[in-house]
Write a protein that binds this ligand. Structure first.
Ligand SMILES: [Zn+2]
Length: 175
């Protein structure tokens, strides 16, 4: 047995570069996002901010391995909540006393503000003569997420990356 070197596995404090297709529900579902090797997704594993089940499915993989898994909506962006679909009076869309032409288009996303000043992104569902119905659910609420892809590379995070909690350089932060 000629053992030569350590192969790095995906684990906490590694910088991971992956490509994937994200589809709704299954491999046959609608394509939501395609991340290919021209601009892979590079992230600091275990730093938070990603769906926990997403990281669990990648943990222990090595460079060159492929993966395919589905995360149920309850473990992703949750169910569609009826109370997040609301009717808003037309006047709150006014800018300088009038609703801008072409602003209210069904399917368009707008960023609104709540009473505390927080931005809320919502999709226009219906435009009436007095009200506009907007859906503030996450665009992937209610969806099971099917990921299929491959691990491009894995490296140790630098001290600085660990201190900042994010990746520097290619595919990461530049500052
Ligand atoms: Zn930084």
């Amino acid at each position: 047995m000629a053992v030569q070197k350590l192969i790095m596995e995906i684990q906490n404090n590694t910088v991971v570069s992956i490509t994937y297709d994200l589809k709704i529900g299954s491999a046959e579902g609608a394509l939501v996002e395609k991340v290919d090797s021209s601009a892979p997704f590079v992230f600091l594993f275990g730093a938070g901010g990603l769906l926990p089940e997403f990281e669990e499915n990648l943990h222990g993989l090595t460079a060159g391995k492929s993966f395919e898994f589905t995360i149920e909506s309850d473990n992703a962006y949750g169910p569609v909540q009826d109370e997040a679909i609301i009717e808003l009076p037309l006047n709150i869309f006014e800018v300088d006393g009038a609703v801008p032409d072409d602003l209210l288009v069904v399917g368009r996303y707008l960023t609104m503000q709540d009473h505390q000043g927080n931005p809320l992104r919502g999709k226009i569902e219906k435009v009436g003569t007095e009200n506009v119905t907007m859906d503030f659910n996450h665009p992937l609420a209610g969806a099971d997420l099917h990921f299929k892809g491959g691990v491009e590379s894995i490296r140790e995070a630098t001290e600085e990356e660990l201190a900042h909690g994010h990746v520097h350089g290619e595919g990461g932060h530049h500052h």
